[in-house]
Design a protein around this ligand. Structure first.
Ligand code: MG
Length: 390
């Protein structure tokens, strides 16, 4: 079996969208004097789909959501020629080939994200070629089903947030992640607002369910040091991305500061990036995303690394490429889960492009043993609501 072609297409959403509220989540831009660039302008309404086709007619699906237009260019110009004509079973060689050939400008960010899409598509091919789900090629089933946590609870009106938490508590979820709306620019009033929101959610879900707190890099070290001791009494399972991804010392300092585990990694890349985070005890929970970190080949190695460090892996965003990694390792106890919503920020688009995603039942996800590859197909239902760039 040889790879015959690699096709990258950008799916640009042109359908209905919900405008996000002003400070629905703190973010890295909050520290700048740029009031016009609040989180309400944070959107990514397109996604790149990569199809790897073999000479015997198998088509594998991969995807990348970071800077989709640039990712397509990288796949077309640099990566496709490196894998075309090659045996997809030589996946480690192909992963190294893409990583090393782009090393001068790749390594982190969009270069690795583009590699991820091709690598994920290659693994889909491998699974389909032997009629097995990808997780069976990675170690198989390590859990009867995957526990997952409800992830949304954007900062809005507190009563609305409470109603949202109640709705998903009633559906059987036992773990919830909420977003902070305020950061250093909002002063002490923002501190109070942040605390009120955590209190409001704890009021609904109680203390026999898990609560996770998301900053999305919207704080700085000084602000995080002020907030963490105040948050301890709410017993969060973790606090996510308090500072920007490059401030590894900041993560390490915060991770030592209180009993609250610090998590991160959705903006980190490759085995080496995670080795640094782990060596420096910067995070207590690793949250790579397979479609950024270098694909399934790389994520599988990071799982092994995290197992050796006894640090749990709970990948970013859910989605099939991550679920297969979670199913196949003991290092990963649970998954993030976004139910399908109207298109708002853009992460929802995955569910408009692909069919086959599992739907949570009572806070658990199941992967099929009889669905070869990733178990995804391209959805036709919403095709007319995308502009597709070849
Ligand atoms: Mg996050």
């Amino acid at each position: 079996m040889k790879i015959k072609s690699v096709r990258a297409r950008v799916f640009q959403w042109k359908g209905k969208t919900v405008p996000p509220q002003g400070n629905f989540c703190s973010n890295a831009m909050d520290l700048l004097y740029a009031p016009q660039e609040t989180m309400s302008t944070f959107r990514f309404h397109s996604w790149t789909v990569v199809e790897v086709e073999t000479d015997d007619g198998i088509v594998g699906l991969g995807n990348v959501a970071l800077a989709p237009q640039v990712a397509k260019l990288i796949v077309d110009q640099y990566l496709a020629p490196l894998v075309t004509g090659q045996d997809p079973w030589d996946y480690e060689y192909l992963s190294q080939r893409m990583y090393r050939a782009t090393h001068a400008w790749g390594r982190k960010g969009i270069g690795m994200a583009a590699i991820s899409a091709v690598d994920i598509a290659i693994w889909d091919v491998l699974g389909k070629s032997v009629g097995k789900p990808v997780f069976k090629l990675l170690g198989g089933r390590t859990k009867e089903r995957i526990p997952c946590y409800y992830s949304k609870l954007y900062r809005t009106d507190l009563k609305e947030m409470q109603a949202e938490a109640q709705r998903y508590l009633d559906q059987g979820f036992r773990a919830f992640k909420m977003r902070f709306g305020y950061g250093p620019a909002n002063g002490q009033q923002g501190v109070v607002e942040n605390l009120k929101s955590v209190e409001a959610i704890r009021e609904v879900i109680g203390y026999d369910n898990d609560l996770m707190l998301e900053c999305y890099m919207g704080w700085n070290l000084e602000y995080a040091k002020r907030m963490l001791p105040k948050l301890e009494k709410y017993q969060p399972r973790w606090l996510e991305e308090p500072v920007i991804a490059d401030d590894i010392d900041g993560y390490a300092e915060l991770n030592r500061l209180t009993s609250i585990p610090i998590s991160g990694g959705e903006h980190e890349f490759t085995l080496y990036g995670f080795k640094q985070l782990l060596d420096r005890k910067a995070v207590s929970v690793v949250q790579y995303d397979t479609n950024r970190v270098g694909g399934i080949t790389m994520a599988h190695k990071i799982n092994a690394l995290c197992e050796a460090y006894s640090v749990p892996v709970i990948p970013h965003a859910g989605q099939m490429h991550n679920y297969h990694l979670t199913m196949s390792t003991l290092a990963s106890p649970m998954s993030e889960y976004f139910p399908m919503f109207d298109v708002e920020v853009g992460n929802e688009l995955f569910y408009y492009i692909f069919d086959g995603e599992p739907v949570a039942e009572n806070g658990f996800l199941q992967l099929r043993d009889d669905a070869p590859g990733l178990g995804l197909t391209l959805k036709t239902e919403f095709l007319d609501q995308f502009d597709i760039v070849e």
